[in-house]
Design a protein. Sequence first.
Length: 288
Amino acid sequence: MGVWYLSGSVGVLSEGIHSALDLVSAAVAFFTVREAGKPADHDHPFGHGKIETLSSLFESVLLIVAAAWIVYEGMDHLVNPREVHYQELAIFTILVSMIVSYWAYRHNLKAATEVESSAIHVNALHFLSDVVASVGILIGLLVLKFTGWQPIDAIMAFSVAIYILAISLKQVKRALLELSDTQLPESEIQTIRDTLQPFEHKTIELHDLRTRKSGSTRHIDFHLVLCGHMTVHESHHVCDEMESKINTVYTGSSVNIHVEPCEHENTQCRDDCRFFQLRKKETLGNGS
């Protein structure tokens, strides 16, 4: 922002605004990630994950406001052209900003991937947009230095604003989908089904699969039809195995399984059911 004051470059101003919002974004993420990581309690029986989603929505809205401000300043510079001073200092500042932002982006992206944090992921996107914006502004400043064409400064600022707006709207949509309990992406649902497929020999039917996401926690529940002759212990063991398998794929998932008994009126099912045959042998063995 200091270099913008000296140079008068709207491109440098756009980077200054963007970087300031990065600081706000990081501060918000710092507190919300700590809060979202707290275990479930009496007031929040499903955990605090949605605090993180609200945080990412707030940060995305801040980016939209920043884009609007950059567009406003760019229009003002087109209508009232002003010479850009200290061009070498502006170029050097943007170059340093680009390098630092890329390092911060890689660091945040790695952390967001490891813990599946939407707040840290948005923070990473902030830094990525900084890198892209810095490249655009740097090109504009170099063109200005060697050609003297003043409108390029505002044009590159507009490009930055459009890019920021695009990634912001995408993140707003993602946050709203999570807040409205939209099901997981179809690819993840298929992964869950594929994970449970090896249990077919132990189960009869799986239906009413429901999914949603709260922060980094996936909530998965479904109805599971098992042989009615299985003991509570046997059916519970099957459910434990399925839950454990899901958590090896999606760590930290909350899995809820509603067990239903099969229809005993189906004679063919009884004849073919290995659990029923086992109970029958045990009964005969006891002389009943």
